[in-house]
Design a protein around this ligand. Structure first.
Ligand SMILES: Nc1nc2c(c(=O)[nH]1)N(C=O)[C@@H](CNc1ccc(C(=O)N[C@@H](CCC(=O)O)C(=O)O)cc1)CN2
Ligand SMILES: Nc1ncnc2c1ncn2[C@@H]1O[C@H](COP(=O)(O)OP(=O)(O)OP(=O)(O)O)[C@@H](O)[C@H]1O
Length: 219
């Protein structure tokens, strides 16, 4: 597990900061690094394909074992779940399977939510789910709870395609988690989960990328 090194409890940190007007005072001021976005986009696309293909080579048994190790490390990262709302995900494309862990969270007095894609280029919504609640296929055929109001999780678990040394997450390229976190009124504890093999040196973070508080892996 890579822990947060920023010091302050993640749930009390804020995203919002005032816009930077330095460029108006000094015309040659460059607020962000100069990796060009088209280059980064192309690189990310290739990197996603490589990492997903590699992940799909992991056999079912090994995936189960790795998922259980991630579940144990998640308990350590989150601590008490009683009374908290934790967003997990319905796994696809070889993602760690945390569904058994989610059921254990409910048995320990927590609640589970799942993300719902409302439309492309739009923040995700979260809906509460318990075993037995009906699921339906949403956008990209992902199973999502059929009914229920949108809720605000206390803890958001985001599966990673890749992650880097600064806790930045590479996802499937929809920008969903970044948009969702940027729009949330109160910052949740944000945990990226993935396999050790998904570690990369950098994702070339861009201004819209929001780092995870913690990345939890199987090692
Ligand atoms: N299990 C799970 N559920 C999740 C996520 C996740 O990462 N894992 N999400 C986390 O965000 C959201 C779904 N995000 C997704 C983003 C892109 C694609 C996808 O297949 N995209 C196409 C390209 C589409 C395009 O570029 O227009 C593709 O890869 O072929 C799928 C899911 C919500 N639910
Ligand atoms: N807060 C935001 N507001 C507007 N656009 C955003 C925001 N966050 C991300 N985007 C856009 O979403 C697109 C995809 O971003 P990125 O490559 O970071 O996706 P990702 O984090 O890998 O995907 P996902 O979160 O869906 O798994 C980019 O074009 C980016 O500019």
């Amino acid at each position: 597990m890579i822990s947060d090194e920023k010091g302050a409890p993640p749930e009390t940190q804020e995203y919002a900061s005032p816009p930077c007007f330095m460029h108006e005072l000094s015309p040659d001021f460059q607020a962000v690094q100069q990796d060009s976005w088209p280059d980064v986009t192309r690189w990310r696309k290739a990197e996603r394909t490589r990492l997903i293909d590699e992940r799909l080579l992991v056999g079912a048994e090994e995936r189960t074992a790795k998922s259980e190790r991630i579940a144990t490390a998640l308990d350590e990262a989150i601590g008490k779940v009683s009374g908290r709302l934790v967003s997990v995900y319905w796994p696809f494309r070889g993602e760690p399977d945390l569904r058994n862990w989610a059921v254990r969270v409910i048995m320990r007095g927590g609640r589970i939510a799942l993300p719902v894609v409302i439309q492309k280029a739009w923040p995700l919504e979260f809906r509460v789910w318990s075993p037995g609640d009906p699921l339906e296929r949403g956008v990209w055929n992902i199973l999502v709870p059929s009914h229920g109001p949108a809720v605000q999780p206390d803890v958001v678990i985001a599966p990673v395609v890749g992650f880097d040394e600064a806790n930045y997450r590479l996802g499937y390229g929809g920008g969903f988690f970044d948009r969702t976190l940027a729009a949330m009124p109160k910052r949740p504890l944000v945990i990226g989960v993935g396999y050790t093999g998904s570690r990369i040196r950098t994702i070339y973070p861009q201004p819209h990328d929001i780092p995870m508080d913690v990345i939890v892996t199987d090692e």
